[in-house]
Design a protein around this ligand. Structure first.
Ligand SMILES: *Cc1c(COP(=O)(O)O)cnc(C)c1O
Length: 432
């Protein structure tokens, strides 16, 4: 084909998906309609991405990031310039005094555990204001399950405020704050629960109520899956501490491992003494593989989050058009990157997860099957054709095999991958 011809043709991702995946003409028409319908939402996502990109760029410029900060370090890592700059960048972007950003933090759960154990002491009261926290926190808290060394086991008192009609119960939050608890925690993302993510506006309202009733209560936000979905982060609207994983949004799909905690100097000091020991805190910690992917990932993160969101919005639109129940709806305001789709039966659900895997850049040849995962009552099926093991800013999905047949999906470094996975699946199950 000549260059001249190429200027005039209308090749797009859907055309190539149609050819390579055998997607029916009718479904491709639906896909193009969904694409058109989503244009306004895509523009809104691009606007937020643009704002966050300049915010991140400004932080890099202000802190004069240079090649020396990417270098590997060894041993104790005293005065590790890369580590210190990375932490200063996070503090700048989140608008906090200080940050702890480490490859040694093994996961989001580890980061949340560090923040909780770092801040809470015997007799302190912890209240979750967003109902049950994420599954992996149950054993850390130890209220719903018996767990050796849990917060409850070491004498922390725990209670939770249930959600009201799927949102925050502001009046219950106000009365609970009046008891002057040591900490109130809020989970921004829906996680794997049947509820909405909590918007920046609702978070701001809750934080204001808490601070007005009990200024000394520490507000901690589980910010997993929430970073860069909006133009402000929880710590810029009143949260004292925010916590997350580097293999989700803020690692941009490039960070190979790690977690972060941002907050006041005093809080971060206490928490860093949990990561290492009292007397040492955050002053040690080297990384022989070098810090480049953390800097590069942070820089690319606003774009990665926007791609994931556009993929999710398209999936919501096209599944809705084909008669499936989705949450959030394609045009609903989002505060995290998770999308759910409800299927009619186990077969459709399993086919969805398998389609996500089949359209992945890594291990596309692997066929996931439901399995008896330890700790779960029902069989679970997961797709994760990711470069970084378990990275859920890359397209991934999972579901317990039980009614209602709901799949949770999130991530996608390229929106087209999400679109292809959705269309490949729909093409297989609805036969149009
Ligand atoms: C992912 C997640 C966690 C836990 O992070 P891991 O890295 O999986 O341990 C905690 N809370 C929320 C809301 C999450 O999405």
């Amino acid at each position: 084909m000549s260059v001249k011809d190429n200027v005039f043709n209308k090749e797009d991702c859907f055309e190539l998906m149609g050819e390579s995946l055998g997607i029916s003409g009718q479904l491709l028409d639906t896909a193009r309609r969904a694409e058109e319908q989503c244009a306004g939402i895509y523009a809104e996502i691009s606007r937020i991405k643009g704002y966050n990109q300049i915010k991140v760029l400004n932080a890099f410029r202000k802190l004069q990031i240079a090649p020396m900060h990417f270098a590997p370090t060894y041993g104790y890592g005293y005065s590790d310039a890369g580590r210190e700059k990375l932490e200063a960048l996070f503090a700048e972007i989140f608008g906090t005094q200080s940050a702890l950003v480490r490859p040694q933090i093994a996961s989001g759960t580890h980061a949340l555990g560090l923040a909780l154990y770092g801040m809470l002491r015997r007799g302190d009261k912890l209240i979750s204001v967003s109902g049950s926290p994420y599954d992996t926190l149950e054993e850390i808290i130890g209220a719903s399950v018996q767990s050796e060394g849990s917060l409850c086991d070491i004498g922390v008192e725990y209670s939770q405020i249930e959600l009201l009609n799927g949102g925050l119960d502001f009046e219950a939050i106000r009365s609970a704050a009046a008891e002057k608890p040591r900490m109130m925690m809020l989970q921004r993302s829906r996680g794997y629960a049947d509820r909405k993510s909590i918007s920046v506006a609702d978070m701001a309202k809750a934080f204001e109520i808490i601070k007005s009733v009990s200024p000394d209560t520490v507000i901690m936000t589980d910010n997993c899956y929430g970073e860069f979905v909006d133009t402000v982060e929880p710590t810029q609207i009143g949260a004292d501490i925010a916590v997350g994983s580097l293999i989700k949004n803020i690692g941009g799909g490039i960070a190979p491992t790690g977690g972060y905690i941002v907050g006041s100097s005093e809080s971060i000091q206490r928490i860093s003494c949990r990561l290492t020991t009292p007397g040492i805190g955050g002053e040690v910690g080297s990384y022989a593989a070098g810090y480049l992917p953390f800097f590069q990932g942070l820089y690319l993160a606003p774009g990665a989050v926007a791609e994931a969101l556009k993929g999710a919005v398209f999936a919501a639109a096209v599944y809705q058009m084909c008669g499936f129940e989705v949450s959030p709806a394609w045009n609903e305001k989002r505060s995290c990157i998770i999308q759910t789709v409800k299927f009619n039966n186990a077969q459709e659900l399993i086919a969805f997860i398998q389609s996500i895997q089949r359209l992945s850049p890594v291990e596309s040849n692997v066929l996931p099957e439901p399995w008896d995962m330890p700790g779960y009552r029902d069989q679970v099926i997961m797709a994760a054709g990711t470069f970084v093991q378990g990275a859920s800013i890359e397209l991934s999905a999972d579901a317990p095999i039980r009614s209602p047949y709901i799949a949770f999906m999130q991530g996608g470094l390229a929106q087209e991958q999400v679109k292809a996975a959705a269309l490949n699946h729909l093409n297989g199950i609805i036969g149009i």
